[in-house]
Design a protein around this ligand. Structure first.
Ligand code: C2E
Ligand code: MG
Ligand code: MG
Ligand code: MG
Length: 292
């Protein structure tokens, strides 16, 4: 009896595995048609510089609204697109779309903004990525200094040997390079020094409890101090409250991003947000006013 119960448990586990594998296969199939069917779009989340209280840029975030599956979060479909290699094509679409959006905003009179785009390490490893980026910037007639590429810490470090040369080529173009989700992987100081990185983005996992958990506060303040001593800019992501913002101001963090400032917005809404928050207005009702 114990044996058959055990087997039944095992079978149920097996069925569950089967469902998730099947779900992934179905999603993966739907994903293949997503580009052709125009199912992707980008949303943009503003970034605020704490010293000037100005919006200095946005991060482009990919959204997939599938005909059959509705909205699927990027944490679910990006890994599938990486497995199938489709991320190369999708990633190129994202870059082009983000650069064109920035170009349009510049034509609407918003100067000095930068666009941050998430890049999968596969894009760096395969093909001539620096050349792809150069061509897209040229087509959009953008200054390369207005583009920042975000790479996730763990994957970047695992492939440090193969990616270093491409990162250097990108830096030579004038593009900025950020390590995303910093603190969750296993970067050593030696790697940070060796890679041509310009920016660290502190993972939102540390920001969440930064005002109540002394350890998260210590980690965050240490990352900021270390980054500054290496000449890097620091962005805190996932800032949801005024108290978190104040803490980060106190630690000399350079920029914040998060729901406290704005959620990721559709292009037109983002333009309206940025226009409505000219630097002078922000001083009046934004960060400065919120500070003690
Ligand atoms: P990420 O690059 O670290 O992006 C930040 C994520 O945090 C976004 O989730 C954003 O919506 C969310 N977020 C922003 N502010 C807050 C906040 O105050 N609180 C909380 N709890 N969350 C906040 P999203 O859009 O679901 O993206 C998840 C991840 O998917 C991204 O993490 C990035 O790694 C990946 N991703 C998104 N778009 C792309 C893309 O175009 N290409 C690649 N390769 N990856 C992408
Ligand atoms: Mg990012
Ligand atoms: Mg992140
Ligand atoms: Mg992330």
């Amino acid at each position: 009896q114990a044996k058959s119960a055990g087997r039944r448990t095992y079978m149920r586990y097996d069925d569950a595995m089967d469902v998730s594998i099947r779900k992934r296969a179905i999603l993966s199939g739907a994903l293949r048609k997503a580009l052709d069917h125009d199912e992707f779009r980008l949303v943009y989340q503003p970034r605020l510089a704490l010293d000037s209280s100005a919006i200095v840029g946005v991060e482009a975030l990919l959204r997939w609204n599938g005909a059959e599956h509705g909205a699927v979060p990027p944490d679910e479909f990006i890994p599938l697109a990486e497995e199938s290699g489709q991320i190369l094509e999708i990633g190129e679409w994202v870059l082009r779309e983000a650069c064109l959006a920035l170009r349009r905003w510049q034509q609407h009179g918003l100067a000095g903004l930068s666009m941050a785009v998430n890049v999968s390490v596969l894009q760096l490893l395969r093909g001539n990525f620096p050349e792809v980026v150069r061509r897209i910037l040229e087509d959009a007639r953008l200054d390369p200094r207005s583009l920042e590429l975000e790479l996730t810490e763990s994957v970047l470090m695992a492939n440090a040997g193969q990616t270093a040369e491409k990162l250097l080529a990108l830096r030579k173009l004038g593009v900025s390079l950020a390590i995303d989700d910093f603190g969750t992987g296993y970067s050593s100081l030696a790697y940070l020094k060796r890679l041509p990185i310009t920016t660290l983005k502190i993972d939102k996992a540390f920001i969440r409890d930064v005002t109540t958990d002394p350890e998260d506060a210590a980690i965050t303040s240490t990352i900021i101090t270390m980054a500054h001593s290496l000449g890097l800019r620091v962005v805190a992501e996932g800032v949801e409250t005024e108290a978190q913002m104040r803490f980060l101001v106190g630690q000399n963090c350079d920029e914040i991003q998060g729901f406290w400032l704005a959620r990721p917005l559709e292009a037109h809404a983002c333009l309206a947000f940025m226009r409505g928050r000219a630097p002078q207005r922000l001083c009046a009702d934004g960060v400065r006013a919120a500070m003690p």
